[in-house]
Design a protein around this ligand. Structure first.
Ligand SMILES: *[C@@H]1O[C@H](CO)[C@@H](O)[C@H](O)[C@H]1NC(C)=O
Ligand SMILES: *[C@@H]1O[C@H](CO)[C@@H](O)[C@H](O)[C@H]1NC(C)=O
Ligand SMILES: *[C@@H]1O[C@H](CO)[C@@H](O)[C@H](O)[C@H]1NC(C)=O
Length: 807
């Protein structure tokens, strides 16, 4: 205890000394207090009122007002807030391009209804906060982002959600050293990951292992470092150690800008966990949003060894041995000398936690392991968002805001996803959650009416009408709420199949034992009404073996509940990657694609009026107990041949990575947009990777672009799912590749119709089935002469089925 105190004193002194000789001075250093009329001093720094900044142009702004607190506030910068009722843009002139912190401070000052606020905050390139609200906790929050500013101004758009308000108490925009975040880090299987310099990050954890909390005053870059103990998996597995911080030996390459010396001067090492052998891991468990990839920086400094090369341990990130047999002193050449390593994790799709462990090398003489500091930064996803949901192929809604101008249009050059993200820098962008439970991720398709642009009022009124007339539609049975409660065991969370932004899907069991999927819209929310209604309208018109069918509904107590047939094998995507389900054979994959194609073909042509699904993707293709594919989720479907194209606020909806580039450019929706999305599905099924994976090298991020280049070179077989290698008939693959290519054509007119896609896939299946029968024939004929000739006859018959005239 005493030595800890002494150390603390020493640390404070040395930090103080260090600060006064700080080597880094930020070129851009905006510390802004919003809505305040005077300078505010916080942690020794002066925050100036936003009204004094001429670039913010607040003088002419009528749609903002100011709120001040009369009672004590948590932090000095919470004294005031600026409140917005329409989109407002803070413009920060930037002197030095490169990485900057953007720190946002929010405290819903009591008594002004600020805790009802809901808003989105974007830069020109990235979504930082997406429909953020304070609903339950009216505590304060601070967010720290790091973005690479590559223009002479940084625009921060504050966008209130429909009928809501936005507010912010303080904003910091501060230059950080370019070296702080490199372009490259180590990814899965030790492969390098490039391109980080173009992405945005949000700090989610910054931990000082075994040491005290460090505040912005203790850090040359104004960072906060928390103590790690509450994240330890087993408390007794770790024991903290510390040295005099002034003995930490910084180098030219590793300066206090990387981390303050107090981070390196303390650590967790292996504790006495009452086990005979010191052969266990120290594990930190960090809750994260599984839909994002993370940048993980581990900080080490050997402050325990008596001599170099005696401390050998492994560093695990999730279950990956990210750094086997790490010997810190061989990296630094010295004890007490800091070093750090950077890793990038993939989005896990499932686990809601990220774990970091250190544990001794298998045969270490003196088993020990150490960790001094840990930073975990969320990486912006393929939709250039840090908030919302999935890194991959999920629902994205864009709306051009009339108050802000659209950025440079480069859509023609790049494939759908990446281009969209760039083009829409200034657009309203929203990524909506997908469920992430093992049993399936049926995303709810309910959307807030706000996304319907100017049609909001209409939507609300017609919804009421449609609710009243539910019973008159062909919607199957009207269930009582009690029946639903019984079926789902009162919406037992253990029966949750998936969660979407606006509702949850549960597995239910009816009285007669049949399983159903129960989709429940948030009962108190007006959000989602429009899509609920669309889904009802569509489903009442559509019945097909390859469309998920509706069993009934419940509208008691203003509930919005739909009951569907239960799809035992869940979404197609979970059978392709991101889970430990058995790999599907090529034949199974073809049959599934054919089933889905049939469903879509029926939508396009079978219904009285053609229907465009608008959200075709591998999570919306569900598999029943016999792996029969059915298309689900009609919340975005659109009847008729085209949208009202003249409308200013025509919304582009669909999922990232699946969105037809032509639809995006021209805002004209046709069946061919579904065909494009289906082409992406075909590639995903073949390559077993997400439609968009931002962690991959740039040319691989978007599967449509990447797979097309291989297809055009005639080398598609080089990138197929490793589980398929050697198990796919080459003629079948060739046909399949050509089909996918024709779905992904740049222009709709060049794409196949869904009927042609179906026909081509059936041909590919024929080729596969025939070859499966021909091959054993070859081998048995060659090697075991005369055996089984009789049984070969059916094979001959089926060979003759491949009569090209037929196709
Ligand atoms: C507020 O702080 C700024 C920057 O430090 C300074 O230039 C200005 O004079 C201060 N204003 C007042 C009223 O103290
Ligand atoms: C910022 O982006 C530009 C352009 O992509 C790049 O040249 C630069 O190296 C990046 N800077 C940092 C610090 O990542
Ligand atoms: C440490 O954790 C890793 C990753 O979870 C695991 O593979 C390894 O077996 C663990 N080591 C010990 C000694 O428990």
């Amino acid at each position: 205890m005493m030595s800890f105190l002494i150390h603390s004193v020493l640390v404070l002194v040395s930090l103080y000394v260090h600060q006064s000789s700080a080597s880094f001075t930020p070129t851009d250093n905006y510390l802004i207090t919003c809505g305040s009329s005077q300078n505010i001093t916080y942690l020794g720094q002066i925050y100036v009122p936003d009204s004094t900044q001429s670039s913010f142009d607040l003088e002419t702004e009528k749609d903002t007002n100011i709120v001040n607190s009369n009672s004590p506030v948590p932090l000095a910068i919470h004294q005031s807030a600026r409140v917005f009722t329409s989109t407002f843009t803070y413009k920060f002139n930037i002197q030095k391009q490169g990485r900057h912190w953007i720190r946002l401070h929010f405290y819903p000052i009591p008594g002004h209804n600020l805790d009802s606020a809901s808003f989105t905050i974007t830069t020109e390139q990235f979504v930082l906060l997406n429909s953020h609200s304070f609903k339950t906790d009216s505590k304060f929050i601070s967010k720290e982002y790091s973005v690479n500013v590559t223009a002479d101004a940084l625009l921060l758009n504050i966008i209130p959600s429909n009928n809501s308000i936005a507010f912010v108490n303080a904003i910091e925009v501060v230059s950080i050293p370019d070296e702080l975040i490199p372009d490259q880090a180590t990814g899965l299987s030790h492969n390098p990951v490039n391109g980080l310099s173009e992405l945005a990050f949000e700090t989610v954890y910054r931990l000082n292992m075994g040491g005290p909390k460090l505040t912005p005053q203790n850090d040359t870059l104004g960072r906060i470092w928390e103590n790690d103990e509450k994240y330890l998996h087993v408390n007794s597995s770790a024991a903290n150690v510390s040295i005099d911080p002034s003995t930490v030996k910084y180098t030219q390459d590793l300066t206090p800008e990387i981390a303050p010396n107090w981070v390196y001067a303390t650590a967790q090492t292996m504790g006495d966990a009452n086990v005979a052998e010191l052969k266990f891991n120290i594990t930190w468990v960090l809750p994260v949003d599984p839909d994002f990839a993370y940048f993980v920086r581990v900080h080490f400094c050997d402050i325990v060894s008596k001599s170099p090369n005696t401390l050998l341990f492994n560093v695990y990130i999730n279950s990956d041995n990210a750094y086997p047999d790490l010997d810190i002193s061989s990296l630094t050449g010295n004890l007490d000398m800091p070093v750090y390593r950077d890793f990038v994790t993939n989005s896990t799709y499932e686990a809601n936690t990220l774990t970091v462990s250190v544990g001794p090398k298998q045969d270490a003489d003196e088993p020990n392991a150490i960790l001094n500091g840990l930073e975990v930064l969320k990486i912006s996803n393929g939709a250039r968002s840090l908030d919302g949901a999935s890194a991959v192929g999920d629902l994205v809604v864009f709306r051009a805001k009339k108050t802000i101008k659209i950025g440079v249009v480069v859509a023609a050059v790049v494939g759908a996803a990446v281009a969209l993200a760039i083009v829409l820098g200034l657009c309203y962008c929203c990524v909506v959650g997908r469920g992430s439970k093992k049993t399936g991720d049926l995303k709810s398709s309910w959307f807030p009416p706000q996304f319907y642009g100017n049609s909001v009022t209409m939507t609300k009124t017609t919804m009421t009408a449609s609710c009243i007339s539910l019973a008159s539609c062909n919607l199957g049975r009207n269930f009582s709420f009690q029946e639903i409660l019984d079926a789902t065991n009162k919406f037992d969370e253990s029966l949750l199949l998936g969660v979407g932004g606006f509702g949850r899907v549960y597995k239910g069991t009816m009285e007669d034992g049949t399983h159903v999927a129960v989709k429940r819209g948030n009962p108190r929310s007006e959000q989602g009404l429009a899509e609920f209604r669309t889904e009802i309208e569509m489903l009442s018109k559509l019945r097909h073996r390859h469309l998920v069918s509706l069993i009934g509904y419940c509208d008691e107590r203003s509930e919005m509940i739909l009951i569907y047939e239960y799809m035992a094998n869940g979404p197609l995507r979970s059978h392709l990657y991101g889970s430990d389900l058995a790999s599907l054979s090529w034949k199974q994959r073809l049959e599934i694609c054919i089933g889905a194609a049939r469903g879509l073909h029926y939508l396009h042509t079978g219904a009285s009026q053609g229907v465009i699904h608008r959200d075709v993707k591998t999570t919306n293709i569900l598999l029943d107990e016999n792996f029969v594919a059915k298309v689900a989720d009609f919340g975005l479907s659109k009847a008729g041949p085209s949208l009202d194209q003249t409308h200013v606020s025509t919304a582009v909806k669909g999922s990232f990575g699946y969105l037809d580039p032509e639809y995006f450019r021209r805002r004209q929706l046709t069946e061919k947009s579904d065909v494009y999305s289906f082409g992406v599905v075909l590639m995903e099924v073949l390559c077993a990777r997400p439609a968009v994976n931002p962690v991959l090298p740039r040319d691989q991020v978007n599967i449509a672009e990447w797979a097309l280049t291989w297809q055009r070179k005639g080398n598609l077989d080089q990138i197929i799912d490793p589980n398929l290698v050697g198990k796919v008939n080459s003629a079948s693959l060739k046909k399949y590749g050509e089909t996918a290519e024709k779905c992904l054509a740049e222009y709709g007119v060049d794409r196949l119709s869904m009927g042609d896609v179906l026909w081509n896939l059936e041909y590919a299946l024929q080729l596969e089935e025939t070859s499966a029968m021909v091959e054993p024939e070859d081998s048995s004929m060659n090697h075991i002469q005369g055996i089984g000739l009789g049984s070969l006859e059916p094979f001959d018959n089926s060979v003759s089925m491949i009569d090209t005239d037929k196709f």
